[in-house]
Design a protein around this ligand. Structure first.
Ligand code: ADP
Ligand code: MG
Length: 302
């Protein structure tokens, strides 16, 4: 289990990045921590990865205190920090190898592990090419290979796909999805689609507080809106009270609504020949609802 109890971080300038945060989740599969820039994702990741001291509160990973059991914990975790870059003048092989030496592996075992990790990520053909000649997606994979090559089974990856093109991103998703079978992955991202596709468990962080935690279905139930109806017709006026309305920039109307209201409203829209689409509430809808608050929170009475 990963547990945080009243975890706070106040930086020297007085800025409160984590505010008495509580969290409890199993250390298996992929946990995605989502939140906009400045929410506190990196601060939390660094505290859990024993890189940063909390100001107050406690955090434990599988029973180990992130402040008191640092030595024991560091053997079990590896972190890919936000904005880490592969050293341009090293090859992938040298990159992974030097990380393993730094973690205390001997030459022979390190070399074996390098080969396995690069193969696992499908980059073995480029192992002797200088990193500077590799694509952005490939470089990011090399970094993932370094933490994978260690024997850590708890991996922290802080925004690993930020700035990558959609294809490289999807490629890295495959890697993370494969890794989760024998690792616990603590992933931060501001791509909601990424969390939706990959995560077994999602945490929504805003202003240093957890606003929601659970599977996508649990989060849907938390906001009590299981469906999202989008009416394409511009300037459509809703006459009955059905939930929360978000008006799109293009004039379309999105209605977050319960299953019962969705049933009622969709029948009526069909009867009135009004075009609409209906989908299960997405993580993006939930995120906007919890974090940004709807652009227009009107509910209409008939
Ligand atoms: N070293 C620091 N000193 C002061 N404030 C910081 C420091 N690092 C981060 N912050 C602030 O703490 C808040 C959380 O930052 P961060 O954890 O990096 O968020 P995220 O990773 O979600 O973007 C932000 O408002 C940021 O400006
Ligand atoms: Mg960050």
């Amino acid at each position: 289990m990963l547990v945080c109890k009243g975890l706070s971080k106040k930086y020297e300038d007085g800025h409160v990045a984590l505010d008495k945060l509580n969290l409890s989740l199993p250390t298996k599969g992929i946990f995605a921590l989502i939140g906009k820039n400045g929410a506190g994702k990196t601060t939390l990741t660094r505290i859990l990865a024993t890189e940063l001291m909390p100001t107050s509160g406690k955090a434990y990973i599988d029973g180990m205190d992130v402040v008191k059991d640092v030595a024991k914990l560091r053997d079990k975790i590896a972190i890919l920090p936000q904005e880490s870059r592969a050293v341009q003048w090293l090859t992938p092989k040298q990159t992974v190898y030097s990380y393993l030496l730094y973690r205390g592996f001997g030459h022979k075992e390190a070399m074996e592990r390098v080969d396995i990790a690069l193969k696992e990520l499908g980059v073995e053909n480029y192992k002797d090419t200088l990193n500077r000649f590799l694509s952005g997606g490939m470089k990011r994979k090399i970094l993932v290979a370094t933490i994978l090559a260690s024997d850590a089974n708890i991996l922290f990856v802080d925004e690993p796909t930020t700035g990558l093109d959609p294809i490289s991103r999807a490629d890295l998703w495959k890697v993370l999805n494969k890794l989760k079978k024998d690792h616990f992955i603590f992933l931060t991202t501001h791509y909601l689609e990424e969390a939706e596709k990959l995560a077994d468990m999602i945490g929504i962080l805003d202003e240093g507080k957890i606003l929601g935690l659970g599977t996508l279905e649990e989060l849907r139930n938390k906001v009590k809106y299981q469906y999202s109806i989008r009416v394409l017709q511009k300037n459509f006026v809703l006459k009955s009270k059905v939930g929360t309305v978000i008006r799109g920039v293009d004039g379309s109307m999105q209605i977050l609504t319960s299953a019962e209201d969705a049933d009622r409203l969709s029948s009526k829209l069909i009867k009135d020949r009004i075009k609409f689409s209906i989908n299960p509430t997405s993580l993006e809808d939930i995120f906007y609802y919890l974090v940004k608050k709807p652009i227009e929170e009107d509910t209409y009475e008939s």
